[in-house]
Write a protein that binds this ligand. Structure first.
Ligand code: SF4
Length: 231
């Protein structure tokens, strides 16, 4: 017998989904650790800038899900599509009848079992100023149009953009014009790690949603729990 399949996991918890189409749905969150990007405003730096966590076997992760009353599973990160173990994990959870959301930046494709791909493409404003080596790598890797198209064609999806300015909105419009995506699956989510920050960005996002038929995406978990690991 070979080694058991494992994933590098930062945290697991049951909480309320705070973003997107399934806002409000109680879900088991499996947060993978490790990311190919380094957003300057990353709200989970413990999965990207300084990834921490532990290896968990498939069997342990399934047991964590089964122990929760929730029927929705959210696999998030970090970048969960980095880990090959996500393929057997989602296959097993899907066979057991769970609804699976995968939250990804949309730069890597894997043939996962998934009910909702929550894709969050990164705009140029995400690129950190330094260190220079990381900034160059982030800028090179943050968008991959052919992978985005592949993901959108693969499964039900939402495109969630972190935005704060008119420049961000213009970038979203330019990008979605190159993709086959319904306007009401395009979401603008205010940048910010506090309620005050997200509220400050809403006034510029609301008119853009109305002008384009896009959806406004709040961050309910920030309002309920703050920017706290395990929520
Ligand atoms: S893609 Fe997500 S986890 Fe990775 S650096 Fe950006 S915000 Fe953080």
């Amino acid at each position: 017998m070979g080694n058991p399949v494992t994933l590098f996991i930062s945290e697991t918890f049951t909480s309320i989904q705070g973003e997107g189409l399934l806002t409000g749905v109680s879900s088991v969150f499996l947060r993978t650790s490790g990311c190919n990007l380094r957003c300057r405003w990353c709200d989970t730096p413990y999965t990207s800038w300084e990834p921490t966590g532990r290896r968990e076997t498939l069997a342990d992760l399934v047991a964590i899900v089964v122990a929760s009353p929730a029927r929705h599973v959210v696999i998030t990160g970090g970048e969960p599509m980095l880990q090959a173990g996500i393929e057997p994990l989602t296959a097993e959870l899907s066979a057991a009848g769970y609804h699976i959301t995968i939250e990804t930046a949309g730069t890597i494709f894997r043939p996962v079992a998934v009910d909702l791909l929550s894709i969050s493409p990164k705009l140029s404003d995400s690129t950190p100023a330094e260190p220079a080596r990381i900034a160059v790598r982030h800028e090179r890797d943050r968008l991959n149009l052919s992978v985005l198209q592949q993901l959108i064609a693969y499964a039900p999806h939402q495109l969630k953009f972190v935005a704060a300015s008119q420049a961000d909105i213009d970038e979203v419009a330019a990008l979605v014009s190159q993709l086959e995506v319904a306007p009401d699956r395009v979401m603008l989510m205010p940048e910010g790690r506090t309620v005050a920050e997200i509220d400050a960005h809403l006034p510029v996002l609301i008119p853009a949603c109305n002008a384009n038929g896009w959806r406004l995406c709040d961050r309910l978990h920030l309002r309920l729990f703050g920017n706290t690991p395990g929520t």
